[in-house]
Ligand binder design. Structure first.
Ligand code: GSH
Length: 112
């Protein structure tokens, strides 16, 4: 499977591994997605972000209680995915897709 996101976890941080891909360019706000590996909404969100051709930071909350709590505090929601663009909390996949349908996602991502 092609991986276009950077997995972030305690293990990665301990290993001091460089990101697999650039997290953001100068023109684009940082995109962060709290997610689990196989949840269908996370898969859909990844596909949408891939279609946009952007890089994002993925924060794996599978079995990571601290990261999951961090997500619920930041998003005030307990479902995955939770997506942030810069300081803006977009929400889950449905919110991301709705923003795209409304033509508001590209400007938020600094595209076009
Ligand atoms: N409307 C939400 C649905 C997200 C959702 O239901 N995610 C599932 C995993 S695919 C989940 O977190 N379930 C746990 C729960 O409902 O507490 C979205 O589009 O992101």
């Amino acid at each position: 499977m092609q991986q276009s996101s950077m997995q972030s976890s305690e293990h990665d941080r301990d290993q001091q591994q460089p990101p697999a891909q650039p997290v953001s360019s100068t023109d684009q706000p940082q995109v962060r997605m709290y997610a689990t590996a196989f949840c269908p909404y996370c898969v859909r969100a990844r596909r949408l972000l891939e279609r946009k051709g952007i890089a994002w930071e993925e924060i794996a909350v599978d079995g990571d209680r601290e990261r999951f709590q961090e997500m619920t505090q930041l998003a005030n929601r307990t479902t995955v995915p939770q997506i942030f663009v810069g300081d803006t909390h977009v929400g889950g996949y449905d919110d991301l897709a709705a923003l795209d349908r409304a033509g508001k996602l590209d400007p938020l991502l600094g595209l076009g």
